[in-house]
Write a new protein. Sequence first.
Lengths: 265, 230
Amino acid sequence: MFSLAFMQNAYLAGTFIAIICGTIGVFVIARNLSFLTHTLSEIGFAGAAFGIFMGWTALTGMLIFTVVSSVIVGQMSVKQSRREASISAISALFIGLGILFLSLSNQTSSYATSILFGSVIGIAHADVIRVAVLSGIVILVMLGLYRPLKFDSFDAIGAKVSGLWTTGISVIFLVLVAMSVSVAAQIVGSLLIFILLTLPAAAARYFVHTVSKMIGLSIGFALIGVWLGLYLSYVTNLPVSFFIASIECLFYLAALGFQRLRVGS
Amino acid sequence: MTEPLIAVQHLGISFPNNQVFKDLNFKIEQGDFLTVIGENGVGKTTLIRALLGLVKPSAGHIDYYPNRKAIKIGYVPQFRNLDQEYPLTVEDFVGLNIRGWLPWLTKAEHRQVQTAMAVTNVKKIKQRPLGMASGGEKQRAYLAQAIVQAPQLLILDESTASLDNEMKYELLDLVQNLNQTSNITVFFVTHDLPLAKQYAKHYLALRPGQQQFGEMAEMSVDQLKGVTNV
């Protein structure tokens, strides 16, 4: 399996993506942004279609759409009560735009499918480099912001009253999420990005109880899902997204079961 | 005479269509235990926000000695939406308020966390997820987080409101101990008059358009009719 160049590339890119998604996911879950992440995947799809329509690369369109919209959603959703409704509105608008641009740009539907679901066969060496560089940037920014981001994510009220620049942290974090979704979705599909950004971290918080351990375990769950998923996809010739989604769901269900046993005992 | 830490002079705070304070005067001395009493809606939390610099006065001024930057303020807010599934341990939660840029805590910072947990009596439950702690334990963990940076001023906003009687006194005993042994100045907002009378050195009673400020020992309950329902 590893003698094939595309599988090597898939494993390398998948590893980097699992690491950044596992890390960012812990903060996505703590900040209750799962729904926004889901929306960003759809916005990424619309952005890619827009990029193609304009004659740019899909990545440029995705970056523009996801970064701009995540900041807008972030500003609109300050009030928890209207967060879900405003995200739904934005999401609906962008899926509509995605379909419009795709139809205007005369691309076949297979292109849309590959943006949504990804395609491991098409991963080139240059893609791996791109993901590696992005992962490096994201991890460096996260390390620099680690303490304030941790405070704001896990105790938003405490952070605000202690004078932390919470609005700035929030915007930087949303841009990081948007960048990760855009670049990684090129390779593994926006659906898979959503899974990896939410489920490993959501499962990890039931097993361990410090931020650093949650990040470690979340990366672990993401890596197992990606590695095992790629292997199963290779031997069965079925879509990798299906396997990764199923494995991560199993982790999450196991975590809920574990929590139930613990609280019940 | 004791040195002042903060002096509030002729303070006015207005929002559109709502004047919260007009000509409010009081001072917080170093080592003081000042309680602020008043019914809901008289502006107690607004006053805290003004002291923290989060709300701008529309009249008068707040003077800090020697200056605002030199005074570290620890604050235990009234509401915190941490549910039963809140994952962090008490220890990790307390450490959130340690500032700096290193991703990990240094040895000295780790000691700060241990000290804050020791004086607030949460060291025994430091590995417990905070979501699974009791109401009193949670309040003590919030207190530990507020004092982890060794503040000069500790602000408590209705911290005892959700606690049963025994836990209220347990928490306030800890606060009093901090006040006496570490010389932390305490600014305690409550509408629990018996609690205020037992622990505070000074009081500031707020009611719409009026204020009373003085020594707790000289406070007469009759004067406070309309300030609290106790």
